[in-house]
Design a protein around this ligand. Structure first.
Ligand code: NAD
Length: 504
């Protein structure tokens, strides 16, 4: 029996219950169908087979979930941070216990390769532990005494919040958003992406089994324009944390305007990896390949534009082509697989449309540029060379295993190209010239920059983008800044003169 067969067998045991009952919502601790009884199907991108049905929640379900979150809020807010910490650590423990189930379900639902997803479950647990440890200090503030007042600040959780997540690495991203909200003392209504509902359900179940009180975390499945929209418009929801496309972020901002929603947006990217000729080119090559072809290229922080100095471009691109052609596309549950299928036919059609667009714009398809296999949504890892920054393949987020290589001559030109998109999420700079690295990173328009490294996440650091890539930051204390209100209280010492009006 191969590893793949073994994994498929184990997966089948985990899917049985989803097949029998479908995925239902979790509102106020109760598993419920959608109020209308409507369902939709979730399919595996491996072979387009139906995995199970999913409750198609709408405004009524969102309202019920929000009422539950509102009712649960005062007790959760007032629970000692040390107690919240214990519950969040229990959730992390149970994620670790069910890591294999989570990884297998995530791979089957999204097409992500197991070699990356086994770690995603553990990273999800780490997110819970990180914010659990900070829960007791979440309300901490400052003392800012003046001559006549003892000024203190404190923070209070903002209230019930809505969390809307996308289909790329959905498990990890859900934990990334939900853990700090709960640690801060907020209650949550989570609307996961319609293409990837499996692990969101497992996660919510774990939370309840770990002792989270009913109503603190509610899960409503459904479509974006329906359940998602209702969540962003609900008056009792105080803030929306959203991860997804930039144009959806803009819609959510409009939808939330009426009720003055606080928003936190983690949006798209068209991130440059800039390779200067003085860099360690072997490491730069490994990192550039990893950052665009891992996770099927379906990652917001992917280095989808390679900016390579023309003095080394020929050799660098030749090595790149050889490696890209060698990447193993295959079944996501095969441990040897490096790239699995794209999430859905809709996304497959979008990604593959760029193969033609590239040619029309005058770029060269130097590797890939075609479907892989006859069934499922597999594509060959693709490299476009001879590109210029005004081409659609250099400007638009393709969100697949597709890299666009653009050559530059000087540092100024590299900077112009790097900053020449509407996005500004991450950038990766490869140079051994320290002064240039400092000068260059200072002028790069990106929320997160790595020098001589791929994206290595460190949870205390701020995560987020500039321009069309987002609003706000996650990580460290920044997450609490979003989920909490600052409060200032001034205690007078009784000595200052209060102006006397009408006292003549
Ligand atoms: P998407 O915007 O299509 O959907 C994301 C979520 O929003 C889904 O749950 C969807 O149902 C919901 N939604 C859609 N329309 C809505 C509406 N009108 N109101 C409320 N909710 C609505 O994004 P996607 O295709 O699922 O995910 C891929 C995108 O996410 C890419 O652009 C990627 O770059 C981005 N992303 C960004 C980050 C980051 O940290 N910056 C991280 C991961 C993904």
């Amino acid at each position: 029996m191969t590893e793949l067969d073994k994994n498929l067998d184990t997966l089948a045991t985990h899917l049985d219950r989803f097949r029998a009952q479908g995925i239902r919502n979790l509102i106020n601790g109760e598993t419920l169908p959608a109020a209308t009884g409507a369902v939709f199907e979730t399919r595996s991108p491996v072979d387009d087979s139906v995995i199970c049905t999913v409750a198609k929640g709408g405004a009524e379900d969102i309202d019920a979930a929000t009422r539950a979150a509102r009712q649960a809020f005062p007790a959760w807010r007032d629970m000692a941070g040390t107690e919240r910490k214990k519950i969040l650590h229990r959730i992390a423990d149970m994620i670790v216990e069910r890591a294999e189930e989570i990884a297998l379900c995530e791979c089957w639902d999204t097409g992500q390769a197991l070699r990356f997803m086994s770690k995603a479950a553990l990273r999800g647990a780490d997110n819970f532990r990180f914010f659990a440890d900070r829960a007791p200090g979440a309300r901490d503030g400052q003392t800012l005494p003046s001559d006549t007042l003892l000024n203190v600040t404190t923070r209070v959780p903002i209230g019930p919040v809505g969390i809307i997540t996308p289909w790329n690495t959905p498990f990890m991203l859900s934990t990334w958003k939900i853990a700090p909200a709960l640690a801060a003392g907020c209650t949550v209504v989570h609307k996961p992406a319609e293409f990837s509902p499996l692990t969101a359900r497992i996660l919510a179940e774990i939370a309840h089994e770990a002792g989270l009180p009913p109503g603190v975390w509610n899960l409503v499945n459904g479509m974006g324009e329906d359940a998602g929209r209702a969540l962003t418009e609900h008056p009792a929801i105080k803030a929306i944390a959203f991860v997804g496309e930039s144009k959806t972020g803009s819609m959510i901002m409009k939808q939330g305007a009426e009720t003055l929603k606080r928003v936190h947006f983690e949006l798209g990217g068209k991130n440059p990896v800039i390779v200067f000729d003085d860099a360690d080119l072997d490491r730069a090559l490994d990192a550039a390949i990893f950052m665009i072809y891992s996770l099927n290229g379906e990652r917001c922080t992917s280095s989808s534009r390679l900016l390579v100095q023309d003095s080394i471009a020929e050799e660098f691109e030749a090595k790149l082509i050889e490696r890209v052609n060698n990447i193993k596309v295959g079944h996501p549950l095969d441990p040897a697989t490096e790239i699995g299928p794209l999430i859905h036919k809709v996304h497959f059609d979008k990604v593959t449309s760029y193969f033609e667009i590239a040619k029309q714009d005058g770029a060269i398809v130097a590797a890939g540029g075609e479907r892989a296999g006859a069934q499922g949504w597999f594509v060959r890892p693709t490299l476009f060379t001879g590109a210029t920054n005004d081409m659609r393949i250099a400007q638009e987020e393709i969100f697949g295993p597709v890299l666009t290589s653009i050559r530059f001559a000087t540092e100024d030109e590299a900077l112009r190209i790097a900053n020449g998109t509407e996005y500004g999420l991450t950038a990766y700079v490869w140079t051994n010239d320290l002064t240039r690295a400092m000068r260059f990173t200072d002028r790069l328009e990106a929320g997160m920059i790595w020098v001589n490294s791929e994206n290595v996440r460190h949870l205390p650091t701020p995560f987020g983008g500039v321009k069309a890539s987002g609003i706000g930051r996650d990580g460290g204390d920044w997450s609490f800044e979003f989920y909490m209100e600052q409060k200032h209280i001034g205690f007078a010492t009784g000595h200052h003169r209060i102006p006397k009006l009408g006292a003549s």
